[in-house]
Design a protein around this ligand. Structure first.
Ligand code: HEC
Length: 103
């Protein structure tokens, strides 16, 4: 009887852990650069990084930037781009995704 109840609680806990967290937030895993880029960057830079009316084409503008420089832009802003509300780990994941995928 007691054992059965414990089993039930364990299953419930596992289910709620598996369903947790938006892009990069919580869950304990590494932040997901792809999802974070879509979430935090694509409305201005487009999902293919080629820019919109709100932000420049990063395949041009960021082509010579290092990961550290891109992290700095994300956390501190640059020119007319405001700093974004990401952690350093999240910014890092976005920078890696950006460079590996588009630059
Ligand atoms: C609200 C719109 C907006 C969002 C959201 C945004 N950017 Fe920008 N970004 C800009 C604008 C505008 C510029 C051009 C700034 C300038 O040159 O004055 C820019 C410039 C940049 C640059 C080039 C900076 C430089 O020094 O030339 C990088 C790299 C960049 N953005 C990366 C990102 C990344 C990565 C994200 C998501 C984490 C992001 N941006 C989200 C608007 C945005």
């Amino acid at each position: 009887m007691i054992r059965l109840r414990l089993l039930g609680a364990g299953t419930l806990l596992m289910l709620s852990l598996a369903g947790c967290g938006p892009a990069g937030a919580g869950g304990g895993g590494a932040p997901n650069g792809t999802l974070l880029f879509y979430d935090a960057c694509s409305n201005c830079h487009a999902s293919d990084a080629r820019g919109t009316d709100l932000g420049p084409d990063l395949t041009v503008q960021a082509s010579d930037m290092t990961p550290d420089e891109i992290v700095d832009v994300i956390l501190n802003g640059a020119g007319t781009m405001s700093p974004l509300d990401l952690t350093e780990d999240e910014a890092d994941a976005v920078a890696v995704y950006l460079i590996e995928t588009f630059l």
